[in-house]
Design a protein around this ligand. Structure first.
Ligand code: SAM
Length: 382
């Protein structure tokens, strides 16, 4: 099969020409998905910021920081990190055809700081430690989270494309994969992110490691998390305090969250309806504000094809209130039988009344607030 030379960032990568189709599938010889370019652009910027911090705090030389791209396919993620960030990268794939292509791409880019290996990711992750571990498998990352959590010493990056199990659309599959009960409702995209983060927190805790989410986003058909690894049993215990449960009322949309690994929550809402319970979930912050600011500045300086949408996304993550879970403005407006007012002036009304109120990165019609539901409706009707 022929190859196609594509350019992302400042990196040239050969991908099989058969990938030149709209919907890539797992059946092509070596996988490449152009739809993920923005995810990779943000990954390069986020890794670069993180490596800068690590070099400054620990005095590490860039070349001694090792990054594992555990599911490389053409190698594009890891090649870009080696070329555009300048740290040492190991690119791995279980498929020999993929590893041949990765090798070719390393040579094409003349990269001395990249090497290719052909192993089952779990074997490699169990055997070796890497400062930064990036897992980007087909569908669910769940069979690899245990080994990735064991291997990663400073940063764990996880992409999940199994949004149906994560978001509760495939309930039982989600329960099997993430040891948690999700809910499929208006805020299912945030549900997915918090189910995944909760699972990552529990997997890392086993190894006496905690996590701090530096950036996490749910974008169309995938979820992506950048979790800094914190060392020690104490930090792991503290991290687990961010886990908890949600009780949600499908009738009045009321939500109650409670931290704690096993908490009793009433199934009956104040309105008398039966509530649905979800969890355990990550109820802590989804991102670190300063990290987001630094990633935005980094994106600004880099030559990237998806610079503007990438900046916009990280900006919304940065400005999003630290509250679980978002509301959808259109759902309220339908219930109230009014047409949706412009979202910003509406949020400003809530802020003037003393509440936290922000837009979110999840969708254009979503917002987060600590205002009670009656107050939200009142402001929509004003
Ligand atoms: N990261 C790539 C990118 O950005 O283009 C895409 C990776 S693709 C979604 C998943 C890759 O994982 C495939 O190339 C597949 O051959 C490989 N793979 C599947 N199971 C694996 C395993 N157990 N260990 C290592 N690689 C595996």
């Amino acid at each position: 099969a022929g190859f196609l030379k594509i350019e992302e960032g400042t990196t040239n990568v050969l991908v099989p020409a058969e990938n030149d189709v709209k919907i890539p599938t797992a059946s092509v010889s070596v996988f490449y998905n152009p739809e993920m370019e923005m995810n990779r652009d943000i990954n390069v910027a986020a890794t670069s910021v993180f490596v800068g911090r690590l070099a400054e705090r620990k005095g590490f030389e860039k070349i001694n920081i090792r990054y594992l791209d555990a599911f490389s396919a053409s190698g594009i993620r890891g090649l870009r990190i080696a070329n555009e960030v300048g740290i040492s990268v190991v690119l791995n794939d279980i498929k020999p055809e993929a590893v041949n292509l990765i090798q070719k791409n390393i040579t094409e880019n003349n990269l001395q700081n990249a090497s290719a290996v052909c192993e089952d990711a779990n074997v490699l992750l169990c055997r070796e430690k890497f400062a930064i571990v990036d897992i980007d498998p087909f569908g669910t990352p769940s069979p690899f989270l245990d080994a990735a959590a064991m291997s990663a010493t400073f940063l764990l990056g996880v992409t999940a494309t199994d949004t149906a199990p994560l978001c509760g659309a495939h309930l039982k599959s989600g329960m099997r994969k993430y040891d948690a009960v999700p809910l499929n409702n208006e805020f299912h995209s945030e549900m997915g992110l918090r189910i995944l983060l909760g699972s990552i927190a529990r997997e890392t805790a086993k190894f006496d490691k905690g996590i701090r989410p530096l950036l996490s986003h749910s974008t169309r058909h995938y979820v992506r998390v950048y979790a800094e690894i914190l060392h020690g049993a104490g930090r792991a215990d503290q991290t687990l305090q961010n886990l908890g449960f949600l009780a949600w009322c499908p009738h009045c949309n009321n939500r109650e969250t409670k931290n704690g690994l096993a908490v009793f929550m009433s199934e009956t809402c104040e309105c008398g309806s039966k509530r649905k319970l979800a969890g355990p979930l990550w109820l802590g912050p989804l991102r670190e504000e300063q990290f987001c600011s630094d990633v935005i500045s980094m994106l600004d300086q880099m030559p990237l094809n998806k610079k503007e949408p990438a900046k916009k996304l990280v900006e919304s993550c940065k400005n999003e209130a630290d509250l679980p879970f978002f509301y959808d403005q259109h759902m309220f407006c339908e219930e109230l039988k009014i047409s949706a007012p412009p979202i910003e002036p509406f949020l400003e009304k809530l802020r003037t009344a003393g509440y936290i109120a922000t837009r979110t990165h999840f969708s254009g019609t979503s917002f987060k607030t600590d205002a009670p539901i009656d107050e939200i409706k009142k402001k929509l009707l004003e």
